[in-house]
Ligand binder design. Sequence first.
Ligand SMILES: Nc1ncnc2c1ncn2[C@@H]1O[C@H](COP(=O)(O)OP(=O)(O)OP(=O)(O)O)[C@@H](O)[C@H]1O
Length: 235
Amino acid sequence: MQDIKIQMTNITKVFETQSMETHALKGIDLTIRSGEYISISGPSGCGKSTLLSILGLLDEATSGTYMIEGHDVTKLSLAQSAAIRAEKIGFIFQQFNLIDELSVFDNIALPLQYSQQQYSAQEITQRVEQCLECVEMLHRKDHRPNMLSGGQQQRIAIARALVANPAILLVDEPTGNLDSKNGDAIMDLLEKLNNDGTTICLVTHDPRYADRASIHYNLLDGQIQKAQEPLREAV
Ligand SMILES: Nc1ncnc2c1ncn2[C@@H]1O[C@H](COP(=O)(O)OP(=O)(O)OP(=O)(O)O)[C@@H](O)[C@H]1O
């Protein structure tokens, strides 16, 4: 059996304000195995961002259990969440969130420099260059992000997400700031990374892109359903 990277059991999230309660997630069961590429899509307000925030340890569930690579991460202190997030989760957002004052190389090296693991300068160079090669941007390592096109900047953001060798890539509307040609190229790159073994969870409202994952879930009113069975060999 493939290793389980992510396991959520009966996750709920209730937002309480003075006047009302919003049940944003209503009992999510989600298992993501090593090497899978899953997508989650659904209409505005269905709970996508809330689910992604909990998956990425940016927010806590109200109830339920969340395990990453067999470790219970349901209830952690802020410092513990930050450490596990840095080690286990690679984020890719619609905004590239690169630092224009730093070179492409230094942007990608940043997560390693802040990691609790000690990386030598040689390891950092090796890892950063490997990730730059992966996204076909090694020739731009000394550039500043603002000298690059949107599609190229997203490639750099993907390299940065990969650099600490995370358990999973959480990808939130990665093509939102790109035209369709560059958007398609980024989706091709994600597919290539998955073919090379990277586990991916993509959140998108775009059905065209959601269908490119091997397992597609629909989130509807805080509940999740599999939209499409993965292809299985005939028995
Ligand atoms: N901080 C908050 N306080 C109160 N309610 C919230 C909060 N964040 C989200 N909600 C509510 O939870 C529900 C799910 O919101 P969420 O942002 O997860 O949806 P979404 O699917 O990401 O929507 P969109 O596609 O428009 O970004 C919505 O009803 C929203 O109003």
